[in-house]
Design a protein around this ligand. Structure first.
Ligand code: AMP
Length: 238
């Protein structure tokens, strides 16, 4: 998890934002989650980052997750929900959060509804990008092995080839960013995760955002959507 302190005068400096991010792989969830967390002063929880860190450390969680990840399949719900329960809703957790990569299917969304009750969520941000565009982005995506920062060799390359601008770490291509695993992950997204768009819309929580353009342009749309949504009374779950 990574967090940040909201600069004073920025939107929502009260630090209580509670949102989830939906969007195809490559839609920019990680980038926008980092930016929202810095703006609103809440922690960032990426289940994919948590699993990659667990695989690197060789923990039991990593051993469980590794095979699923390499095949581009979802890690079993009970494993993922336990991670969210411990890291986002455990004792001493911050009130607000940005969830990136969770929920991924209906049973995870229902579990989250229970965990987030009674206050519920401020919204579900859906980053909308075409299939062609995400395929283009994913094949040129590189990630820092040290701090997890994400680059795109075409649209946002590092200043020095193969090196992270922020920490100097080595950049690598994710094992699951191969053509076969990308195809599998996108199929699972359409079958299991895309239906959550309608599910959140029915609950009055959906914030749809056009996620094409520069990261700054997308952030401006995301913040506008969040602020509009937060002008409404918070939806109480359950
Ligand atoms: P991501 O970085 O979000 O693309 O996640 C990378 C991989 O981690 C996925 O392809 C899954 O194998 C696993 N993963 C991440 N989040 C979840 C989740 N909410 N449910 C199941 N598996 C997940």
């Amino acid at each position: 998890m990574a967090g940040g302190t909201a600069p004073s005068g920025e939107p929502g400096a009260d630090g209580n934002l509670r949102v989830v991010l939906l969007g195809r792989q490559g839609s920019g969830k990680g980038t926008q989650a980092d930016r929202l967390c810095a703006l609103y002063g809440v922690p960032h929880m990426s289940t994919g980052d948590a699993f990659r860190a667990a695989v690197r450390s060789g923990s039991e969680l990593g051993k469980t997750a590794q095979g699923y990840m390499e095949r581009g399949e979802l890690v079993p719900d009970d494993v993922v929900i336990d991670v969210i329960r411990a890291h986002v809703f455990g004792p001493g957790s911050a009130y607000g959060f940005v969830l990136d990569g969770f929920p991924r299917n209906l049973s995870q969304a229902e579990a989250l509804e229970g965990l987030a009750a009674p206050e519920g969520l401020d919204g579900c941000i859906n980053l909308e990008v075409s299939l062609d565009e995400v395929l283009r982005r994913l094949s040129s995506r590189r990630v820092c092995s040290s701090c997890g920062a994400t680059y795109n060799l075409v649209s946002s390359p590092p200043k020095v080839a193969g090196r992270c601008d922020s920490c100097g770490g080595d950049l690598y291509q994710r094992d699951d960013d191969t053509e076969e695993a990308i195809r599998r992950r996108l199929e699972i997204y359409e079958a299991e995760t895309a239906p959550l768009v309608a599910w959140y819309r029915e609950r009055g929580l959906l914030i749809s955002v056009d996620a094409t353009g520069t990261p700054d342009e997308v952030t401006a749309r995301v913040v506008a959507g969040v602020e509009e949504r937060r002008g409404h009374p918070r939806v109480v779950a359950g």
